[in-house]
Design a protein around this ligand. Structure first.
Ligand code: NAD
Ligand code: WQD
Length: 348
């Protein structure tokens, strides 16, 4: 008779067809301890992504095209698998859209998080990793940002949904003593799997810096825009803590182990602890792609902060995880994905 602890554990990955989720699924497939099961309504993702994960891993990925706004669809998946834990990445993430349509963001992001934890409770599953964001810190009062920095002063409804869900999960862990919850506060994920088979595939005009730059490099857009040149930073442009998406995905695998301990509800920063300016990023993408990236200097973008980067100590000591991939690697992998897939998954 095999030992129960040697049996692979089923892990629900909501949003597993998305940019970060797809890399998390691939890392879990490499780990004999876990079997990822994907739930995603494909609102912001493409089934081709899951086919590519299967081709890369040589494994089948159980996938359920469930809209998590409907609890019964979720329940059906929980009936099929004896989940040990859930990683909740699903949600809406467009900051600008959240300003224009705040109710949509509150309804969906908070609604699906609530539905998930209620169904988890029904089925006796009490281990959860939640995709939070550095945006919960608002404008930094000090740097680097550690996990004790105050949260909540977010400048947009998207960020507030992350804050409210964090608060909801903290309250839940006060009454559910046997639940273990980890809030992962991502800094700025960029890059792609080294194969160039999976990566970030934004709809329309990219709001984030990296996909915009690679689209300029590939000839899809004429020039980049530098939002703000008068910040109190080394070159006047915004500084961010960019992290390779594969490092980030490996951080999730490390955090899953934490859920096996009695940990209550804990937050961890996932970043590199280093900051990169917009102009430095343009230069790094030019180097990785061998293409000139023309750019125009513009006013600050509303709601932006000048500088953000994290203290990585807590994740390093408690999760035994550290990001290792360099900025050059991040740019090389973002470029490789863009070059191989100039129109994203839609070419397939
Ligand atoms: P993404 O849009 O690529 O992935 C999210 C996935 O959730 C998509 O595949 C989408 O189809 C799915 N989804 C949305 N609504 C759903 C619903 N009602 N039911 C089921 N599935 C649904 O985004 P991402 O960049 O991979 O982000 C993943 C998570 O990480 C999100 O929660 C996001 O807010 C968070 N996050 C992202 C960043 C970033 O810069 N990308 C930074 C911090 C936090
Ligand atoms: C990075 C830097 C811009 C685009 C956003 C969300 C945050 C999180 C990650 C989910 C800034 C500058 C950008 C451009 C530019 N998402 N920039 N030209 O704003 O740090 O974070 O994504 O949780 O919540 O707000 O990332 O990539 O948009 O911007 O100059 O075309 O690049 O001003 O300094 P941001 P970003």
């Amino acid at each position: 008779r095999g030992h129960e602890e040697d049996e692979p554990k089923f892990v629900l990955v909501t949003g597993g067809a998305g940019y970060i989720g797809s890399h998390v699924v691939l890392e879990l497939l490499k780990d004999y301890r876990y079997v990822p099961v994907v739930v995603d309504n494909l609102d912001n993702s493409h089934p081709e992504c899951l086919h590519r994960i299967e081709a890369l891993s040589g494994k089948k990925v159980p996938f359920y095209p469930v809209d998590m706004m409907y609890k019964d669809g979720l329940r059906e998946v929980f009936k099929k698998y004896n989940f040990s834990s859930a990683i909740h990445l699903a949600g809406l993430k467009a900051v600008g859209e959240s300003v224009e349509n705040p109710m949509k963001y509150y309804r969906v992001n908070i609604g699906i998080a609530l539905n998930l934890v209620e169904v988890m409770k029904e089925f006796g599953v009490g281990k959860l990793l939640f995709s939070s964001s550095a945006t919960v810190y608002g404008t930094p009062k000090y740097l680097p940002l550690d996990e004790n920095h105050e949260t909540g002063a977010c400048s947009n409804p998207y960020g507030k949904t992350k804050f409210f869900i964090e608060e909801m999960l903290k309250d839940l862990s006060q009454v559910e003593n046997d639940w273990n919850i980890v809030l992962l506060r991502y800094f700025n994920p960029i890059g792609a799997h080294e194969s160039g088979e999976i990566g970030e595939d934004p709809n329309g005009i990219p709001a984030n810096l990296m996909p915009f730059l690679t689209q300029v490099a590939v000839g899809k857009r004429k020039e980049a825009k530098v939002f703000g040149t008068d910040y109190a930073t080394r070159d006047g442009t915004g500084l961010r803590d960019y992290i390779h998406v594969v490092d980030l995905a490996q951080g999730h695998v490390a955090a899953l182990a934490k859920l096996e301990e009695k940990c209550g509800c804990r937050a961890y920063n996932l970043g590199t602890g280093k900051s990169v300016s917009v102009l430095e990023m343009i230069a790094a993408v030019e180097k990785a792609s061998g293409k000139k990236i023309p750019y125009v200097l513009c006013h600050r973008r509303e709601g932006d902060v000048g500088e953000m980067y994290c203290d990585t100590t807590k994740a390093e000591t408690e999760l035994k995880w550290k990001a290792t991939r360099s900025l050059d690697q991040m740019c090389a992998d973002s470029w490789n994905w863009q070059r191989k897939n100039p129109t994203g998954y839609k070419t397939a």
